[in-house]
Design a protein around this ligand. Structure first.
Ligand SMILES: *[C@@H]1O[C@H](CO)[C@@H](O)[C@H](O)[C@H]1NC(C)=O
Ligand SMILES: *[C@@H]1O[C@H](CO)[C@@H](O)[C@H](O)[C@H]1NC(C)=O
Ligand SMILES: *[C@@H]1O[C@H](CO)[C@@H](O)[C@H](O)[C@H]1NC(C)=O
Ligand SMILES: *[C@@H]1O[C@H](CO)[C@@H](O)[C@H](O)[C@H]1NC(C)=O
Length: 242
């Protein structure tokens, strides 16, 4: 009698793993599309000047921008203001390239579709992304991100439209969509030493609502299912182990 339950638990765990890898692939595919469309904004670009791009029509509501820089200048001078990001001196990209592009993403109304939050959390601002790529071929697609890290002060992100709220937290997603929370500084700023996607969230005191199916494919509905599967999984696990 134990065996079917154990197999069910195993199956659910496998499903969970499969689901989270496919989530990560969805996110990687989105980053690749946005890199492509951000690069299209370059037309004989001047170094150090941001160019706003136009995302494909099926992703309207997202804002993208691209800024080409010499690695040396990024390291010695930083970028005082690139949209909501302030990049201090000391930022290093690896592997070394002579010029790099910083792609900016503002996911706007797509934030919860692509980056759903754990139950009980609510976004106070859209998800913003900052990702670094090699600038040697501005027609290139499917580029891998460079690794960038701030070797001195952190990069700061200011969410100007966010009013200081008690219990607000910064949320940070790495390139695989892994989530991490950090503290908000100066009421509406988040700090990071790495690239990724960022926003400010608050724990909503209201009981978490039933997952609402999203009109557009992707994260939201899936996460509801994921949470459901997960609790079923835990429940079965508990039948036998708790
Ligand atoms: C949106 O359009 C782009 C370009 O036509 C395409 O590559 C992509 O697969 C489409 N779908 C999504 C969800 O981005
Ligand atoms: C976001 O808004 C745009 C219009 O600005 C719309 O076309 C798009 O479907 C919306 N996306 C979502 C996920 O609601
Ligand atoms: C740049 O990338 C495009 C698209 O992948 C490719 O067709 C082209 O050959 C590349 N150019 C150089 C100089 O590598
Ligand atoms: C989250 O951030 C903390 C503090 O920087 C760090 O110690 C921890 O390893 C991070 N977790 C993940 C999953 O990246």
């Amino acid at each position: 009698m134990g065996l079917p339950f154990r197999s069910l638990t195993m199956l659910l765990l496998l499903l969970l793993i499969w689901w989270s890898t496919s989530e990560a692939q969805t996110l990687r595919a989105l980053d690749a599309i946005l890199q492509d469309y951000a690069y299209r904004a370059f037309h004989r670009p001047r170094t150090g000047r941001p160019y706003d791009g136009v995302p494909p029509a099926n992703l309207s509501g997202i804002q993208i921008s691209a800024l080409r820089l010499r690695s040396g200048s990024l390291f010695t001078r930083g970028v005082r203001q690139y949209k909501q990001f302030s990049i201090p001196v000391g930022v290093i990209g690896t592997p070394y390239v002579e010029r790099l592009v910083l792609v900016y993403q503002n996911l706007g109304n797509w934030s919860t579709t692509y980056y759903p939050l754990p139950p009980g959390y609510m976004y106070l601002a859209p998800v913003l992304g900052l990702l670094a790529y090699d600038a040697s071929n501005l027609s290139a697609t499917n580029l891998e991100e460079l690794d960038i890290y701030a070797s001195e002060d952190p990069i700061s992100i200011e969410f100007t439209q966010v009013q200081p709220v008690r219990d607000a937290r910064c949320v940070w997603f790495d390139l695989d969509g892994r989530i991490n929370f950090t503290k908000v500084v100066s009421g509406n700023k988040c700090l990071t030493y790495e690239q990724g996607h960022f926003s400010i969230v608050v724990e909503s005191t209201a009981p978490s609502p039933a997952p609402v199916p999203q009109p557009h494919q992707g994260g939201g509905g899936r996460v509801g299912l994921l949470v459901g599967l997960y609790s079923v999984g835990l429940h079965c696990w508990c039948c036998w182990h708790c």
